[in-house]
Design a protein around this ligand. Structure first.
Ligand code: MTE
Ligand code: MO
Length: 374
């Protein structure tokens, strides 16, 4: 069994798939703290977790087909300056279970918990690339490979544009610590890439190799997955070569507490509603609007944000809470939330017109129904 060496996992994680392991925390737990504890951070593996001995760990650096150098853990962590960022990582399929109500689709059925916010400590990818003496103009992509292998021996692999990889302000990190502790096995021990503002899939765990190239990664995960399509595209007519790979993510939010169909106690005519919001590309969430009357009246939520983030480099999520006034006679309340980011991008109102066969980019308004107790 290739899965016989899997790490132990916290029992609060709700398992969406066991081999490979995919799991998320409940949504009320998710918004209890601005920094997500490692044990509660969602896990999205595509393959068995590799067993890596730190003593034998190496990272290979290559330009196209040629290996330029191989560095061990000590060399990597002593040679380059240590840096820490706070960034959310979100799966491209987060909130897929809601989109699947429009029409059948393929993918792990995530609720709203395929996201977490952590501090990541490591070295800057741009420093490592600078040492290779490459010019940004001669290449287009930086590919990452993991130590996790599919049955044919191919590693998990993806790539990002070289402009993102080499930009010191893009904060791409080869991380060896999460929340101040060495990475756990599920989250990429001993080193993973953190590409802030970019879809989770590019944040390669168990990093084995970096390749500077003219080409994107040719892996399934770059070429045949993690792409968006028209709602009318079907599995019979889809052409993956026609859509670009997802990189920066669109603005999204979710109501986390209460959860759909909860019974909520009304206090002084109000209920407390909490959630998160996030946008890709370093765009900060500037406002969350919440309604309980289908948009006749919108209430602006209070925000809990990363106050240290620099303009245009807001990588964290934003937590929010709002007190919603509810009618004395109401038995059931429908709540909607939507976020606005610093480019004034807004979420689409429904999933109908953003449906896609892989269930990615599921960022429509979050809508839940609760029962009230007066
Ligand atoms: N890296 C490797 N090597 N193997 C993987 O299966 N999954 C990717 C990414 N990096 C993956 C990987 C996907 S799709 C996501 S959403 C994130 O890791 C999940 O990171 P997490 O498990 O630390 O939350
Ligand atoms: Mo993902």
């Amino acid at each position: 069994d290739p899965y016989e060496n899997e790490p132990a996992r916290h029992k609060v994680l709700k398992i969406n798939g066991s081999k490979p392991f995919c799991a998320e925390p409940s949504s009320p737990l998710l918004v209890e703290s601005f920094i997500t504890p490692v044990d509660f951070f969602y896990v999205r593996n595509h393959l068995p977790v590799p067993k890596i001995d730190l003593k034998n760990y190496t990272l290979e650096l290559a330009i196209e087909g040629t290996t330029i150098k191989t560095l061990d853990f000590k060399a990597l962590t002593t040679k380059y300056e240590k840096t820490t960022i706070t960034a959310a990582v979100m799966c491209g399929g987060n909130r897929r279970s809601e989109m699947s109500k429009v029409k059948n689709l393929k993918g792990v059925s995530w609720n709203v918990g395929a996201v977490g916010n952590a501090t990541w400590t490591g070295i800057r990818l741009c420093d490592v690339l600078k040492d290779l003496g490459i010019s940004e103009d001669k290449f287009n992509h930086v590919q990452f490979e993991g130590y996790d292998l599919d049955p044919s021996g191919m590693p998990y692999a993806t790539s990002i544009p070289i402009s993102k990889a080499m930009d010191p302000r893009a904060d791409v990190i080869l991380a060896y610590e999460m929340n101040g502790k060495p990475l756990s096995r599920d989250h990429g021990f001993p080193i993973r890439v953190i590409v802030p503002g970019v879809v989770g899939a590019r944040n390669v765990k168990w990093l084995s190799k970096i390749v500077v190239s003219k080409e994107e990664s040719q892996s399934q995960w770059q070429q045949g997955d993690y792409k968006g399509f028209s709602p009318s595209t079907t599995w019979d007519n889809v052409d993956f070569s026609k859509s670009p790979a997802i990189q920066e993510m669109p603005v999204i939010s979710a109501i986390c507490d209460p959860q759909n169909s909860d019974v909520v106690k009304v206090k002084n005519g109000k209920i407390q509603v909490k959630g998160y919001a996030w946008s890709g590309g370093g765009r900060k969430v500037i406002r969350i609007d919440v309604t309980n009357d289908q948009g006749k009246t919108w209430h602006t939520a209070d925000l809990i944000e990363d106050l240290q983030a620099k303009q245009g480099r807001y990588w964290s999520w934003t937590l929010w809470n709002v007190e919603l006034p509810v009618d004395k006679r109401s038995k059931e309340v429908e709540i909607w939330a939507k976020a606005v980011d610093s480019s004034y991008n807004v979420q689409p109102e429904s999933f109908n017109n953003i449906y896609n066969i892989r269930g990615l980019l599921c960022n429509a308004y979050h809508k839940i129904k609760i029962k009230t107790q007066h």
